[in-house]
Design a protein around this ligand. Structure first.
Ligand SMILES: [Fe+2]
Length: 246
């Protein structure tokens, strides 16, 4: 049956030229993302086929769970760059920063200024999905005081704000930029996350987008992104990502 409203754009036509994916977990064996160099290359190659050739990958730095340092991250980055070269894939622009959980460990790293940034001074930060830190606004202020600009990862995924939308306005007013997960628009994290993602975009509150790819299943699901509605919502945001290579 012909249904014009259901027509979807293939994933290969979704991303503008020079799109930079600023949120992913592609470094091998240092968080809950890529488990091995094979997985790393498989995911990069798949995204390459989707039309994404620029990456700033962002492994978790999370308390005692993922105790990554700038050194461990940059060492893995070097290994991936070597592997890309070996496989004649040096046309892929691949860099690393981190996704920092706003926790006690982060406070220490901030004091030491031992942080990997997106571009010169932007920090990708996340919160627990259960609750925001009690001193959230103090932390945001301290980040800025230390000379960094906070980007809050996947604001739409914090369920505790769904019925408290004003908190999103407060976070924007406090100077946070928002990075949406592309998968949120596919329904991957549930209807409530999808609705909140759409609302945040419609209100012009989303600055950037990221794949937050952890494994191949995410990349399979990402193929569903190309609905007419999603592409319209995403068009201005995907362009912002182009400007985002340091
Ligand atoms: Fe992430």
């Amino acid at each position: 049956m012909l249904n014009l409203f259901k027509k979807e754009t293939p994933i290969t036509e979704v991303f503008p030229m020079n799109f930079v994916d600023i949120h992913s977990h592609l470094l091998p064996g240092i968080d809950d993302g890529a488990k091995s160099m094979e997985h790393t290359i498989e995911m990069i190659s798949t995204m390459d086929a989707y039309g994404i050739q620029n990456f700033i990958t962002t492994p978790h730095v999370l308390g005692n769970v993922w105790k990554n340092s700038s050194d461990t991250i940059l060492d893995k980055l070097d290994l991936v760059l070597e592997e890309l070269e070996k496989r004649d894939m040096s046309y892929i622009k691949f860099d690393a920063a981190a996704e920092y959980m706003l926790d006690e460990e982060f406070v220490k790293l901030l004091q030491e200024r031992d942080l990997l940034t997106l571009r010169e001074d932007s920090l990708l930060v996340e919160m627990s999905f259960l609750q925001a830190p009690v001193n959230l606004f103090e932390m945001i202020f301290d980040i800025q005081l230390a000379g960094y600009k906070p980007i809050l990862a996947h604001p739409e995924r914090y369920g505790f704000y769904h019925a408290d939308f004003d908190m999103y306005h407060k976070l924007k007013d406090a100077g946070c930029r928002f990075q949406i997960n592309l998968l949120s628009l596919t329904g991957h994290y549930g209807k409530s996350v999808q609705k909140t993602a759409e609302k945040l975009i419609e209100k012009g509150m989303i600055d950037l987008a990221g794949s937050d790819t952890h494994h191949m299943h995410h990349l399979q699901t990402l193929k569903k992104i190309g609905t007419k509605r999603n592409l319209k919502l995403l068009a201005p945001i995907l362009k912002n990502n182009i400007e985002f290579y340091r």
